[in-house]
Design a binder for this molecule. Structure first.
Ligand code: BES
Ligand code: ZN
Length: 868
């Protein structure tokens, strides 16, 4: 293994002092399931960078027992140990001048930690097996919880090698990043499992697991490297799809990056309690159960797509992030955007039929533009000053905007050139760290284009441009760029950046991608047919004059699927912000009933649903009219394609059927509702095949929304005894759909008393967010139970922000805006301040939207026969 380049320490990009640099950790841990503690013994080898008398490293909720420092001059005990709560660091002070520049020393610490239930650090996961409660010990270090598992220099650019050993009962499986070199008997019942030395790596990627586990190995052979899925008893078969994809994806990435996978094995483990979706620990990827397991007969296509995405994403990190790591968290996008971009490239390679890049325009690009349309968004490269700020930046900017910017860049450079540059970048910084600047350098070298100055604006500025198009017929087209804000209230100080915009001009002559529009405004020659942002390759929105919208609406055949998705999305977003009328959107989509693409339909339905969500608190007549509008758009098509699925049917045709069925149900389509009743009745009377998995969410949600205690019991029963993990989650989400206050209160009550795993508590809340009573009930529950919620989901971990967001963002009026603001006034919002600000701004934009356009929408609904 080659551990060539180490990283220079850049002062100011670390939160810890830089007087020493760790090179190697020798760590032994012994979890105790009877007391939920663990014993630890660590020796850290350090290079002394500057003479001093102290060492600071990170610890959190660790009890330090004995510390000694071994130097050339002998052994030293610290004369003082100081803990800094704010920095989560322990500082050992020694006698004067113990540490001399250029020396290598060893710091040994014995310690005790808590095998906590917070899904952070070295923690316990609890599950039931054959009526018995069982425990598994596992880790989640990213971003800054390694310090809960052992004392460490918890910074991404302080890479070191690790020798890890685990002490545990002989019947338990012990896993870590590396393969096992030795298993030593400690006593009759206990063993010590010793793992091979890791490559140079960051603390946040260290992992170890102790538990009763089973595994399956891939049939597909990836060199001679075993690729396995581990689960607790009885779940391994569900890992079949993931394990085969993983073996193939490793081979794929090896080829694409031209860098071999450096470890001797790849284990992927399903964990019952897991805060994120999955974690890319080097050689030992951990997953939430739903994001790893797939059952060909019982799971949905959406699950198939999600599981493939997650697996492909975490494997991409084995190169992006693990071999080459961002220098500091302010460049998190280098990890997450690349893993996201590469995961789609990988899925596209293996599953052409899924048309994942079309999917990307409707999903990733839109979530990026949605979040980044808020003033409370942040640039892709975002300053981070404190550890507790880091969790919040794992958001749509770091994942979706970043990957959208990469897609735009790859399109500009050509995908092959882009990948070549990326491969060079990875090779140059292997086993080290890199900055965005380093990436631009590699891409500039390989492409000969000025990548840095073109891309810098995109990664350092918050927001994105709106390109406004004005036409002088037969003469010219003027395009002008200004900042886009969802609230529509751009001020001069918001609008200082000029973006290099890849204009992508689509005309009857084809797509001209040569124009980089880098000024406030330019003129283009007039064209009878044209569209800006061809194939939606750019990260911006376009606003046309009303006649042009109409022309584009009737030119669907000249536009690609990506174009059509982009047009619907832009029309939708521009009506929210007031740059164009909502009726523009309504006219556009009303003309597209013959659309054939699943993704375009998905975008149409999403935009109409956002309209319905913004009108949630408006009068019932208008809301019903919007419902019939949905029905008018989808019912006919839904009836004609039906809702029977054939296994051999094209992936997207199946997804379209499921989508139309769901939309028809939400519009109150009688035929669909009758069939839902029938399926559900058959299902609960014992025919488990009565509901096709692809229809399950619609059936459960619809039954719940009209249901009472009987249906509640039935859905609870499905939640407790599911046929598959994704069915369990679907039932849980549907519990929030009951429009019955007693049931909703009961559901909310169950979240705080451990009936629902803390990792899942936001799921029924998502169901509640979908209806008026739910939105109101959810918010009053949150305000009444704030202290309990805060205790259950401490802000240093990642979930509180999402909970605050689901509990507040469903409202649509300024009264509620003020009420929410008032509630949080004087409370410490560290760890969720961004989520809260984004939620408030979303409410404001909905309120503005309704106030501005409700009359217009009403008139359109009357003119088009939906409202009397
Ligand atoms: N590195 C993240 C996991 C993570 C997220 C750790 C937040 C700490 C805080 C992982 O690679 C990841 O991105 N997981 C995603 C799934 C992915 C397919 C987008 C997740 O957890 O949802
Ligand atoms: Zn990731």
């Amino acid at each position: 293994m080659c551990h060539s380049s180490t990283t220079a320490i850049v002062p100011g990009r670390q939160l810890l002092p830089t007087n020493v640099k760790p090179t190697h950790y020798d760590l032994t841990l012994e979890p105790k399931f009877d007391t939920f503690k663990f014993n630890g013994d660590i020796t850290i080898s350090l290079d002394v960078k500057s003479s001093s008398d102290f060492i600071s490293l990170n610890t959190l909720e660790l009890e330090l027992l004995e510390t000694k420092l071994v130097t050339d001059k002998g052994e030293f005990k610290p004369i003082e140990v100081k803990y800094d709560d704010d920095d989560q660091s322990s500082t050992f002070k020694f006698e004067d001048e113990v540490l001399k520049t250029g020396e290598s020393v060893k710091l040994s610490i014995k310690f005790i930690g808590e095998l906590n239930d917070k899904m952070a650090g070295f923690y316990r996961s609890t599950y039931q097996e054959d009526g018995e409660t069982k425990y598994l010990a596992t880790t989640q270090m990213e971003p800054t919880d390694c310090r809960r598992a052992f004392p460490c220099f918890d910074e991404p650019n302080l890479k070191a090698t690790y020798d890890i050993s685990l002490i545990a009962d002989k019947k338990l499986t012990c896993l870590s990043n590396m393969d096992v070199i030795d298993t030593i008997e400690v006593d009759e019942t206990t063993k010590k499992v010793v793992f091979n030395t890791t490559p140079l790596m960051s603390t946040y990627l260290v992992a170890f697991i102790v538990g009763e586990l089973e595994y399956i190995e891939s049939d597909y052979k990836f060199r001679d490297i075993p690729v396995r899925v581990y689960t607790t008893k009885g779940y391994t078969e569900g890992g079949k799809m993931s394990v085969e994809l993983a073996a193939k994806a490793l081979e794929y990435y090896e080829k694409v990056f031209d860098i071999p996978y450096p470890l001797p094995k790849m284990d992927m483990v399903g964990i019952h309690d897991f805060s994120a979706g999955a974690m890319e620990n080097w050689g030992l990827i951990t997953y939430r159960m739903v994001d790893l397991l797939f059952d060909e007969n019982k799971s949905t296509l959406a699950t198939k797509l999600r599981v493939s995405e997650v697996v492909a994403h975490e494997l991409a990190h084995q190169w992006f992030g693990n071999i080459c790591t961002m220098d500091f968290w302010d460049s998190l996008w280098l990890n997450e955007s690349f893993a996201t971009y590469m995961s789609w490239k990988c899925c596209n390679h293996f599953e052409k039929d899924w048309k994942v890049w079309e999917n990307f325009v409707g999903d990733s690009l839109q979530s990026a533009l949605t979040l980044d349309g808020l003033r409370s968004s942040h640039p892709i490269e975002v300053p981070v000053k404190r550890a507790d700020e880091i969790n919040q930046i794992f958001d749509a900017i770091s994942y979706e905007k970043g990957s959208s910017v990469l897609r735009m860049l790859a399109n500009w450079l050509g995908e092959d050139v882009f990948i070549k540059g990326v491969s060079n970048y990875l090779k140059t910084h292997s086993y080290g760290n890199a900055t965005t600047e380093d990436l631009w350098i590699s891409l500039t070298e390989v492409s000969g284009k000025d990548v840095k100055s073109t891309m810098k604006v995109w990664t350092t500025q918050v927001g994105y441009p709106l390109v406004t198009v004005n036409e002088v017929k037969d003469s010219k087209i003027t395009v002008e760029q200004h900042r886009y804000l969802t609230t529509g209230d751009v001020k001069p100080e918001d609008d200082t950046a000029i973006y290099p915009i890849f204009l992508g001009l689509k005309t009857d002559k084809g797509l001209d991608e040569s124009i980089v529009f880098n000024e406030r405004a330019i003129d283009l020659p007039y064209e009878d047919f044209f569209k800006i942002n061809g194939n939606s390759n750019g990260v911006y929105r376009v606003c046309y004059e009303p006649e042009r919208w109409q022309k584009l609406g009737s030119s669907a055949s000249k536009l690609s699927v990506e174009d059509r998705i982009g047009l619907v999305a832009d029309a939708g977003a521009l009506s929210v912000s007031g740059y164009s009328k909502t009726t523009n959107l309504l006219s556009l989509v009303s003309g597209w009933k013959t659309e054939t693409s699943f993704f375009v339909w998905d975008e149409i339905i999403t935009r109409i649903s956002s309209l319905r969500a913004a009108w949630l608190f408006e009068d019932e007549k208008t809301r019903n009219a919007l419902k019939s509008l949905t029905g008018n758009l989808v019912s006919e098509r839904c009836h004609s394609s039906g809702w029977i699925f054939d296994k051999d049917e094209n992936f997207l045709d199946q997804r379209l059927k499921a989508l139309l069925f769901g939309a028809a149900a939400s519009s109150g389509d009688l035929k669909v509702l009758a069939s839902i009743e029938k399926m559900f009745a058959e299902y609960i009377s014992g025919n488990k095949d009565a509901i096709h998995p692809n229809l399950r969410a619609t059936v459960f949600n619809s039954i719940a929304s009209k249901g009472g205690q009987l249906q509640y019991k039935a859905l609870l029963n499905i939640y407790e005894n599911p046929q598959s993990i994704d069915e369990k989650i679907t039932a849980l989400r549907a519990l929030g759909r009951f429009e019955n206050i007693d049931i909703l209160n009961d559901v909310l009550e169950s979240l705080l008393i451990g009936k629902v795993r803390p990792q899942d508590i936001y799921i029924p809340m998502q169901g509640m967010r979908a209806h008026k009573l739910g939105v109101e009930t959810l918010y009053s529950w949150m305000t009444l139970n704030w202290d309990k919620i805060y205790k259950l989901l401490p802000p240093g971990l990642s979930m509180l922000g999402s909970v605050v967001q689901v509990c507040t963002s469903g409202f649509t009026t300024m009264d509620k805006y003020e009420e929410i603001e008032e509630f949080f006034k004087g409370k410490n919002t560290t760890g969720f301040n961004q989520g809260l600000a984004q939620s408030l701004e979303t409410i404001k934009s909905k309120s503005n939207w309704v106030t501005r356009d409700s009359k217009d929408v009403e008139k359109w609904l009357i003119d088009n026969g939906y409202l009397k």
